[in-house]
Ligand binder design. Structure first.
Ligand SMILES: [Zn+2]
Length: 268
């Protein structure tokens, strides 16, 4: 089963691909503005991504971070089109040497691909001359970068937003940094988020502010329980309930306990 859904929102095309339909976290939207494509979808969806990429001459491919759903076809696209992707400097290093992914993510997304990428140039533009501004936003991943289209107030948010009430966290995510990055991005002007999992999010600053407030509040409640002497497992159970079966399957690479453990490190 593959999810294939296309949509158009003004001048941006969205193409959603994914092997499983278990909700927004198991599928991925590639965004295209004319000759500019943001992120690539996962390597196990290449047979669907390839014809999408072939439809229009590709001028530039811009990556947000190295995770396999975002970069998995970077090498394929480069070989197909001759276009070398642009990526944050840390991402270029990771993609050059390759990286390991946990088994469940491998089932979901396929293998990670190695690719050569160029570091982001000082200035970037859409085909119509609109500037694209890179905003480094680590936390979800150490290399994550969002892209702002300041003239229209659109934010390509990578995995900064996802949901306003996160319930689980990857083991390589770090809430204190997610909070700092979210705060930084909230200082900019935008009203629309293009999220590669959730889709087009309107009233975006309010939604992202809700997420920010939620993480601060969750951190405060977790730390209060810790001060009362509760252990991590108990705090997680009290605030978020039991981890679903998927968490044990993936060896707690993605679970509620990770979220609470990281909230306990937030300086409030
Ligand atoms: Zn990611």
């Amino acid at each position: 089963m593959a999810i294939l859904k296309r949509f158009q929102h003004r001048d941006v095309e969205g193409f959603r691909v994914g092997r499983f339909d278990f909700g927004i976290n198991t599928s991925f939207i590639i965004y295209r503005f004319g000759g500019t494509v943001f992120d690539t979808g996962s390597s196990n969806q290449w047979k669907y991504v390839k014809p999408f990429i072939e439809e229009k001459p590709l001028k530039q491919l811009i990556l947000t971070h190295h995770h396999e759903d975002h970069s998995g076809n970077a090498g394929h696209i480069q070989r197909l089109t001759g276009v070398t992707p642009f990526a944050p400097a840390i991402t270029t290093d990771i993609l050059k040497r390759g990286f390991k992914i946990p088994p469940v993510q491998r089932i979901l997304w396929g293998a990670a691909s190695k690719a050569n990428a160029h570091p982001l140039p000082a200035t970037m533009y859409l085909d119509n001359g609109e500037p694209i501004e890179a905003l480094f936003a680590p936390g979800h991943a150490k290399d994550m970068t969002c892209y702002l289209l300041p003239e229209r107030g659109w934010l390509l948010s990578a995995d900064l937003y996802l949901a306003n009430h996160l319930k689980m966290l990857r083991s390589d995510e770090y809430v204190p940094q997610i909070i700092d990055s979210t705060y930084k991005i909230l200082q900019r002007d935008f009203d629309t988020i293009l999220c590669p999992h959730r889709g087009i999010v309107e009233d975006a600053k309010a939604r992202l502010t809700e997420k920010y407030d939620y993480l601060i509040d969750l951190s405060a409640r977790a730390q209060a329980l810790q001060q009362q002497g509760h252990e991590l497992e108990q705090i997680t159970q009290k605030l978020l309930g039991k981890d679903p079966w998927m968490s044990a399957l993936n060896n707690h690479n993605f679970c509620r306990r990770n979220l609470i453990a990281s909230c306990l490190e937030v300086a409030l």
